[in-house]
Design a protein around this ligand. Structure first.
Ligand code: HEM
Length: 231
């Protein structure tokens, strides 16, 4: 394989960053849609959905989880490699962010990518420790003859604490900033650009970022305020 096509060439880095970033965008859309079942006052649909994913989907779930973990690791690793490269080659802190056509695309999202990314990474570790690998409460849902994990109760109990809601709100706003730049710039990295297309991707990225951020802020807020955080 030629050097220019190697994993750490600038083209390789761009392709891996762009592709992994768009795949993660796909994941958070699915995750948000799945989590919307938390709005149902009946705990069974959410718990049955989580149980299906973790226990009943067979080997497919191991493959999916392995791929998801690999995509996250690729994304974070390349982000750090690219950022270190930027710091080394451009010691000046103030730099212009421009698209391939030379238009300035500098924004709060673009200049804080590495910081918002690190916050999301720390959040993710705590998030998994808490929900995926955390406390286990079992119960028997309607129509089942065996117990399953009551993840609904765990999520509701967690968000009955005001400070946990504040923590999620802050992180989800930062995630929104990350997505507002990451979404459209992923297309650039994959070589998909052009005056009209870039404007479209830029606008779509802003809408996407706001929707994801609001959606993920809405869930904990709704659980805390409307239901009073009680299960
Ligand atoms: C209101 C916000 C959120 C809630 C209530 C929530 C809830 C949950 C719950 C309950 C699980 C455990 C699923 C299980 O074990 O079956 C989970 C897993 C996970 N969450 Fe979230 N989540 C939120 C936001 C996010 C965000 C913003 C991200 C990414 C940036 C994220 C990434 C993940 C990942 C990677 C997993 C592991 C998926 C797997 O099991 O393979 N979550 N989440």
């Amino acid at each position: 394989m030629r050097i220019s096509m190697s994993l750490f060439s600038s083209l390789g880095k761009k392709i891996f960053m762009g592709a992994s970033g768009l795949m993660l965008c796909g994941f958070i859309v699915i995750h948000l849609i799945g989590n919307l079942t938390l709005l149902n006052p009946d705990r069974d649909p959410f718990n049955k959905y989580a149980h299906f994913l973790t226990q009943q989907a067979g080997n497919a779930i191991y493959v999916a989880e392995f791929m998801l973990a690999a995509i996250f690791i690729i994304h974070f690793t390349y982000a750090i490699v690219i950022q270190i490269g930027n710091w080394r080659s451009r010691p000046l802190r103030y730099k212009k962010v421009i698209d391939q056509k030379g238009n300035s695309k500098k924004s709060l999202g673009s200049v804080t990518m590495i910081y918002t990314g690190v916050v999301v990474l720390i959040f993710l570790v705590l998030h998994l420790l808490h929900f995926k690998f955390g406390k286990v409460i079992m119960y028997t849902p309607q129509g089942y003859d065996h117990e399953i994990r009551d993840l609904y109760a765990i999520v509701y109990t967690y968000f009955s604490d005001f400070w946990n809601v504040v923590l999620y709100t802050v992180v989800m706003v930062l995630l929104g900033f990350h997505l507002s730049h990451g979404f459209w710039s992923a297309f650039q990295s994959l070589g998909l650009y052009g005056k009209r297309f870039t404007s479209f991707a830029y606008g779509l990225g802003s809408v996407f970022a706001v929707l994801m951020s609001l959606g993920f802020v809405f869930l904990p807020t709704w659980i805390f305020m409307i239901s009073g955080g009680t299960v």
